[in-house]
Design a protein around this ligand. Sequence first.
Ligand SMILES: NC(=O)c1ccc[n+]([C@@H]2O[C@H](COP(=O)([O-])OP(=O)(O)OC[C@H]3O[C@@H](n4cnc5c(N)ncnc54)[C@H](OP(=O)(O)O)[C@@H]3O)[C@@H](O)[C@H]2O)c1
Length: 126
Amino acid sequence: MNTSKPWALITGASGGIGLELTRLEAADGYNLLLVARDGAGLSKVAADLAAHDRQIDVLAVDLGLPGAAAKVAAWVGERPVELLINNAGFATHGAVAEMDQAELASEIGVNVTTLTELSRLMLPGM
Ligand SMILES: NC(=O)c1ccc[n+]([C@@H]2O[C@H](COP(=O)([O-])OP(=O)(O)OC[C@H]3O[C@@H](n4cnc5c(N)ncnc54)[C@H](OP(=O)(O)O)[C@@H]3O)[C@@H](O)[C@H]2O)c1
């Protein structure tokens, strides 16, 4: 375990582009803070990337819910985050008037609100 390395915080690290970015940041030598809803998937990513000189912590959280950014920031705590990758997100298609309200709220929550709040919370310490 090496706690003196800088940390990268990556949202949506359980799959897709976020997983590829996670692999790249591991190769760049970062300790990793990985966030997504799929805790089991994140744990598998952490196990796959485990190395004696790398620390990896995971947090399963729905970033579409109010308060998610504060929850992530509290979990990060005093760890020195050098790199924030606000990757988590999704897109829906169709007429707004016909969209499911809960889906719409989640989409705005993940893609806009939490992304913005997390940036506001993390950037002053970076
Ligand atoms: N692929 C493209 O062509 C493309 C184009 C433009 C923009 N983008 C954007 O690039 C980012 C990654 O795209 P991708 O293709 O890699 O998408 P993806 O394969 O669907 O992966 C999305 C990631 O975000 C996480 N995520 C989604 N909703 C979440 C929530 N409510 N709370 C926490 N984590 C959540 C997912 O993890 P869990 O399901 O485990 O929560 C997953 O790790 C997204 O923001 C997407 O909008 C992608």
